[in-house]
Design a protein around this ligand. Structure first.
Ligand SMILES: *[C@@H]1O[C@H](CO)[C@@H](O)[C@H](O)[C@H]1NC(C)=O
Ligand SMILES: *[C@@H]1O[C@H](CO)[C@@H](O)[C@H](O)[C@H]1NC(C)=O
Ligand SMILES: *[C@@H]1O[C@H](CO)[C@@H](O)[C@H](O)[C@H]1NC(C)=O
Ligand SMILES: *[C@@H]1O[C@H](CO)[C@@H](O)[C@H](O)[C@H]1NC(C)=O
Length: 497
């Protein structure tokens, strides 16, 4: 069997693999693998050459009968093309340009009705190889192909005594494939390769319009010709199994399945038979996780950790801005991977933009808190130190008050209002020079009292601001934590579904 031979040459050490290639259901009869001539059959005296067969067939370099037209003796008979496509490598899958580049083996066989000879007459020669240019070949058309394919293939066809012609090709297909990147990088892609004939239809209907009755144009069906039929050679199970066995490289993809379906494609009364090969593969996400998802997560944790940096020296702001900048650099990478148009927003874009938004929100909150802290007068910032100083001052005051009557009280102990005012009323009643002096002193004291009050209220405000800042900080931290954990669990569930 020639194809088996070819595969043998291609894959030394994988001979077992050929076993499924030779089932009884093959379109060609299993023949001897011993260089096309079986010793037992060959008569001992007779000597034959391949050229004898060609001469018998009248097949020469310029015989056009074999080359020009579809090789059937009755033009209404269809040429049946049996086809097998086996995936042997996944060379590239580019999301940005939506291209899928597989490396495939194409095995094809059809019948050339002009070829037939009796092996007995030619020392048992059952098959021979001829240059491709000598024989007609089906116009295999791949609908998704966007580049001329590059092939590295044998320059020969094999033909057998009963008219079957076998062709074998290795192809690098550059095909377009619409990818769904919703779950990137945990996605599974399905790419179709549709194979058919471009001009030979499966059912060509020739219609004849009668010119005499224009109003009700009568349509006569003249004839209907079946020109070419495409039949898949292996079913899905076998194609998948073969592909697994011959797979050379898969890149960062896991090949899952090769599904073979056939369909009839109709257009303007014509019908074409097509075979659709659907390649299913799953992305290996590890690189994207390490390269992208984890760094973003780390930045998010850094941003969370920055809540424990103190508010009043501007370090927190600087830190958060740096994290945000780092995050935007990562967003640039994403820009390189994802195509700008996608039917469904990729989850990874949602992931990035929501995390970016959360970080932005936390930066805004840090700005607000810093503003509130700045509003407070500087001495009320370090409240604890202040209180200690006050306590010391109080102790000193207590001793002082006994000796000096003019030092009324320390501001913070605040008996001032209640004690001073009744005294003033008593003094105002008298009209002596001493009382004037006392009045002046009282006036001074009142000014002093006002100043102290003002300072006190300022301090009170500052304290309020600080309280608000710490409340906002706490509330926002809880909100941030909740939002982050909710969002992350939602997005990972969605990703893994
Ligand atoms: C080849 O051509 C010869 C005449 O040139 C003819 O007699 C013979 O039948 C042809 N053979 C075939 C297989 O057509
Ligand atoms: C691929 O082919 C299958 C039929 O086998 C079809 O259902 C599916 O829509 C096709 N996919 C694309 C992207 O054309
Ligand atoms: C596919 O083909 C193999 C061998 O020809 C056969 O054993 C198997 O049952 C087939 N599978 C289906 C689903 O037809
Ligand atoms: C396509 O049409 C042919 C007849 O022209 C028929 O034998 C075949 O079953 C059809 N295939 C499908 C998938 O419908």
């Amino acid at each position: 069997m020639p194809v088996a031979l070819l595969l043998l040459l291609l894959l030394p050490g994988k001979i077992l693999l050929l076993v499924p290639f030779a089932p009884t259901s093959l379109p060609w009869e299993p023949v001897c693998v011993c260089a096309a001539v079986c010793p037992g059959v060959a008569a001992s005296t007779q000597v034959c050459s391949y050229q004898d067969v060609l001469e018998h067939l009248n097949l020469t370099a310029d015989s056009s009968a074999f080359r020009l037209t579809r090789p059937v003796l009755d033009h209404r008979r269809p040429t049946v093309v049996q086809l097998d496509i086996i995936l042997s490598a996944i060379l590239a899958v580019t999301e940005k340009t939506q291209t899928f580049i597989p490396f495939v083996w194409t095995l094809m066989t059809w019948t050339n009705e002009r070829i037939s000879w009796d092996p007995e007459r030619f020392c048992g020669i059952r098959e021979l190889s001829v240059p491709k240019s000598l024989l007609w070949k089906p116009d295999l058309f791949i609908y998704e192909m966007i580049h001329k394919h590059e092939t590295a293939t044998t320059p020969y066809y094999f033909m057998s005594y009963n008219g079957n012609v076998y062709s074998e090709q290795v192809m690098k297909l550059v095909s377009t494939c619409q990818m769904d990147l919703h779950k990137f990088p945990f996605d599974t892609q399905r790419c179709n390769i549709t194979v058919g004939s471009a001009i030979h239809c499966g059912e060509c209907v020739c219609l004849h319009f009668s010119p005499l009755t224009l109003r009700r144009s009568r349509v006569f069906l003249l004839h209907s010709v079946k020109e070419m039929r495409f039949i898949p050679f292996s079913n899905s199970t076998r194609a998948t199994q073969f592909s697994r066995e011959v797979m050379l490289t898969q890149g960062d993809w896991d090949f899952l399945q090769l599904m073979v379906t056939s369909r009839n494609f109709s257009f303007k009364d014509q019908q074409w038979e097509q075979i659709i090969y659907t390649f299913t593969m799953k992305r290996r996400p590890l690189l994207h996780i390490i390269n992208f998802l984890l760094p973003v997560l780390f930045f998010l944790f850094l941003d969370l950790a920055s809540f424990f940096i103190s508010d009043h020296r501007g370090e927190k702001l600087g830190f958060k801005v740096t994290v945000l900048l780092a995050m935007s650099v990562l967003l640039l990478i994403l820009n390189d991977i994802l195509p700008s148009t996608s039917n469904k927003t990729p989850l990874i874009a949602t992931y990035c933009i929501v995390i970016f938004g959360l970080m932005l929100l936390s930066l805004l909150e840090a700005i607000l808190v810093t503003y509130l802290v700045d509003l407070a007068p500087p001495e009320s910032v370090g409240l604890k130190e202040d209180k200690q100083e006050e306590a010391k001052a109080d102790a000193w005051d207590g001793e002082d008050r006994q000796t000096s009557s003019s030092s009324v009280c320390r501001v913070t102990t605040c008996e001032t209002e209640q004690e001073l005012l009744p005294m003033a009323e008593q003094v105002i009643g008298a009209d002596s020079p001493e009382s004037r002096v006392t009045l002046l002193i009282l006036e001074e004291l009142r000014k002093l009292q006002n100043a102290v009050k003002e300072q006190l209220s300022g301090r009170e405000e500052g304290r309020k601001c600080l309280q608000w800042a710490s409340r906002i900080n706490k509330a926002f931290f809880i909100f941030y934590l909740a939002a982050v954990s909710l969002f992350l669990s939602f997005i990972f569930i969605e990703w893994m579904r």
